[in-house]
Design a binder for this molecule. Structure first.
Ligand code: AMP
Length: 331
């Protein structure tokens, strides 16, 4: 691995992105690139590989999506046949995959590029039908992608750009073997971008095998956000935790509370307890169907339920604007 010095820029107009992309950025209301965007966009546009240390909340999704949209829109398409995407974005969870593809659609709305998202836990048939049509960008979780590859519904032979998003989480969730199988199906000549919040030995090994003289960029979560967050610890006996939480929610009139529990069982139990107190709550975790998870998240974002109880894994990387209260229930 080698690192290079990268120039940073503070204005979207200076980054060399095509006009339709700048228009979409303007529609989204973004005025200045975040630090990861200022660093990543020129690097990706240059065609080089990238190893980026960045967490959710830094704007990393736009950091890779914007330049990829630019590259794909500039290069003539050689093979528009079905099920042969030009860019693959791999990410660990269904929620992240859906969020990324939403960003692709948002930033690419003035471009003639097409995208879709595939993940497990939902009916595979609509995904198979979609893959029969031409496709530029495929956002996927590893398991379902392998499933569709084994059924010959998708070919990775035309991939020009690969993104591994939240690579550390993918390894935490046991996706290394799946990722290796997917990498083996990619053409040798391609651009690789790896995003990870942490750099363990495993991530370094993966990066070493995957990336070609990558530029290395690392950004911290924006400090302004951290300073704006007040953190409180309430030491309390186990059997007092639920009454205390209900009391805090009611007496402070909290309207939107995300609660993390350690286990799926603990999440379900807390939901039942809160509902007995007249507090609307839903749980998201791996045992829930995808439609139940999507519904719970949508209702929580819309303010229809007060409390969303999530296991850490299920909630990783979920982006909720201006979330007012987060409770770590099993610290
Ligand atoms: P991410 O870290 O990619 O999950 O993005 C976190 C949030 O930041 C998302 O809600 C984005 O819509 C938002 N965002 C991304 N880039 C910018 C920007 N340049 N200015 C303002 N908000 C942004």
């Amino acid at each position: 691995m080698s690192s290079e010095v990268i120039n940073t820029s503070t204005n979207f107009n200076d980054l060399g992105l095509a006009e339709p992309i700048l228009r979409a950025i303007n529609d989204a209301g973004y005025t200045t690139p975040t630090p990861i965007q200022a660093k990543a966009i020129p690097q990706v546009l240059s065609g080089g590989d990238l190893l980026a240390g960045a967490q959710t909340g830094t704007g990393k999704t736009a950091g890779f999506t914007l330049p990829i949209l630019h590259i794909l829109s500039q290069k003539p398409v050689t093979d528009l046949s079905k099920g042969r995407p030009r860019c693959l974005m791999l990410t660990p969870t269904r929620e992240l995959a859906a969020q990324i593809e939403e960003s692709v659609k948002t930033y690419g709305k003035y471009l003639p590029l097409t995208s879709t998202v595939i993940f497990g836990g939902v009916n595979i048939n609509p995904q198979i039908s979609r893959l029969r049509k031409p496709l530029d960008i495929l956002v996927a979780t590893p398991g379902r992608l392998l499933d569709l590859m084994s059924q010959n519904c998708v070919s990775l032979a035309n991939i020009e750009i690969l993104v591994l998003d939240e690579a550390d989480r993918m390894l935490d969730m046991g996706f290394l073997r799946d990722i290796k199988k997917i990498l083996a199906a990619l053409p040798k000549q391609r651009q690789n971008l790896l995003f990870s919040a942490t750099f363990s030995t495993e991530i370094k090994a993966l990066a070493d095998g995957l990336l070609n003289s990558p530029a290395l960029i690392e950004v911290a979560r924006s400090n302004s956000t951290n300073e704006a967050i007040a953190q409180l610890i309430h030491p309390v006996d186990r059997n007092q935790k639920h009454p205390l939480l209900a009391h805090l929610i009611k007496s402070n009139q909290w309207q939107q509370v995300l609660v993390f529990t350690r286990t799926k069982h603990g999440a379900n139990k807390l939901v039942t307890q809160l509902e007995k107190d007249g507090i609307t709550a839903m749980a998201i975790h791996g045992n829930k169907s995808q439609s139940a998870r999507t519904k719970a998240l949508a209702e929580f974002k819309d303010g229809k339920i007060t409390v969303l109880v999530a296991t850490d894994i299920a909630a990783r990387g979920i982006d909720i604007d201006q979330l007012p209260h987060v409770v770590n229930y099993d610290l």
